[in-house]
Design a protein around this ligand. Structure first.
Ligand code: PEP
Ligand code: MN
Length: 364
């Protein structure tokens, strides 16, 4: 594993507060870009101005970005406000043009990270260049693919690397546009503790109502900052209109965020937090013991099924367990999503144990 260094001070050279990146989903007109940038600067809270110049749209026929002309507006906005600038790049041409126009931060979009050919093309274009690169998670919940993109960019010699968590796409209805699956960025942070991690609540929520909650959650999980889409007139936006806020709304949102410092999180060994953690440790031990006992019984069931020539999977029985446990669990205040995930994991492990018995040639 290569060493990754924090790039917080590169993105936020002012102080140690969370990094705030904001700006429109897309650069649309010179007026929109400049008015948004100036209003964001006035909040005194934004460090990096973002704007989509080339837009990856799901279907053709939609607005696909202004292209290189908008880079001039961004350069102008940078000159007038002093804000650093960031754009999404998806190929060699984008990298070259963005760098030619003095863009400070390049980011790989979710639809690029998912494709190793594209990531490699960008990595090759970045050889010998000194810039800052942020890598969004791939659209699908695949940590290896995200890591693979980080490694490709690191291999190109770029040192200033960070990531943006924008949630993962899923089929069917959800409260989120892209559910966050927090365990994935948490595991990434565990593997690369120094990695600068920005959360993008706008693309996670797909609306403005959830932004504060998701931003707060990210900061409480030690994310280094947030990227929030903003527009001088969100309802008239040419892309992602539903999730953009005005610079004033952004300022209000940022004011409501509680910034918890590491100091507040650490308490003495005898402090309240330490005692609660001890309680949790005891319960986790009990949980593991109970699970081990349950799996022992699953193994015995496997032996019986083998003797009787029965199949392992009895879907009716599993449906009954699931329905009853979800009901009981919900009555105890546990969420349905958690219960389904938890019970499914137990079921899979149980099937695995029985499978081993079935295929164990040394057992009758
Ligand atoms: C964006 O930031 O506007 C964008 C297209 O994001 P993503 O790559 O996360 O979909
Ligand atoms: Mn967008």
């Amino acid at each position: 594993m290569k060493r990754v260094q924090s790039i917080n001070s590169t993105l936020n050279s002012h102080d140690k507060s969370p990094i705030i990146m904001s700006g429109p989903c897309s650069a649309e007109t010179e007026e929109q870009m400049l008015a948004t940038a100036i209003a964001l600067k006035k909040t005194n809270k934004v460090h990096v101005l973002r704007a989509g110049i080339w837009k990856p749209r799901t279907k053709p026929g939609n607005f696909e970005g202004i292209g290189v002309d908008a880079l001039k507006w961004l350069a102008q906005a940078k000159k007038e406000t002093g804000l650093k600038t960031a754009v999404e790049v998806a190929n060699t041409k984008h990298v070259v043009q963005a760098l030619d126009h003095g863009v400070d931060v390049l980011w790989l979009g979710a639809r690029t990270t998912v494709n190793p050919f594209s990531v490699q093309e960008i990595a090759d274009a970045l050889k010998g260049v000194e810039t800052t690169v942020l890598i969004k998670n791939p659209i699908n919940p695949d940590l290896s693919l995200w890591e693979g993109a980080i490694e490709r960019i690191l291999n190109s010699g770029i040192k200033n690397i960070g990531v943006i968590h924008r949630g993962f796409s899923q089929y069917g209805a959800s409260n989120y546009r892209n559910p966050p699956n927090w365990q994935i960025p948490i595991e990434l942070k565990r593997r690369y503790p120094e990695l600068t991690m920005i959360c993008d609540p706008s693309h996670i929520c797909g609306n403005t109502e959830g932004l504060l909650n998701v931003s707060q959650h990210a900061l409480d999980l030690n994310f280094d900052g947030v990227m929030l889409e903003s527009h001088i007139n969100p309802t008239a936006a040419w892309s992602d209109a539903k999730q953009q806020v005005t610079p004033t709304q952004l300022e209000e949102l940022l004011q409501q965020l509680v910034i918890r410092t590491p100091k507040q999180m650490i308490t003495k060994k005898t402090g309240e937090l330490a005692l609660l953690r001890q309680k949790i440790n005891v319960i986790d031990d009990e949980l593991l013991d109970a699970l081990a006992k349950r799996m022992e019984i699953s193994t015995q069931i496997g032996v019986v099924k083998k003797k009787q020539g029965m199949q392992i999977l009895q879907t009716k029985r599993w449906d009954e367990i699931l329905a009853k446990s979800i009901l009981d669990g919900e009555n105890k205040g546990l969420s349905k999503t958690f219960l389904i995930n938890f019970l499914s994991a137990i079921h899979l492990e149980s099937i695995d144990k029985q499978n081993k018995i079935m295929n164990d040639k040394t057992r009758a």
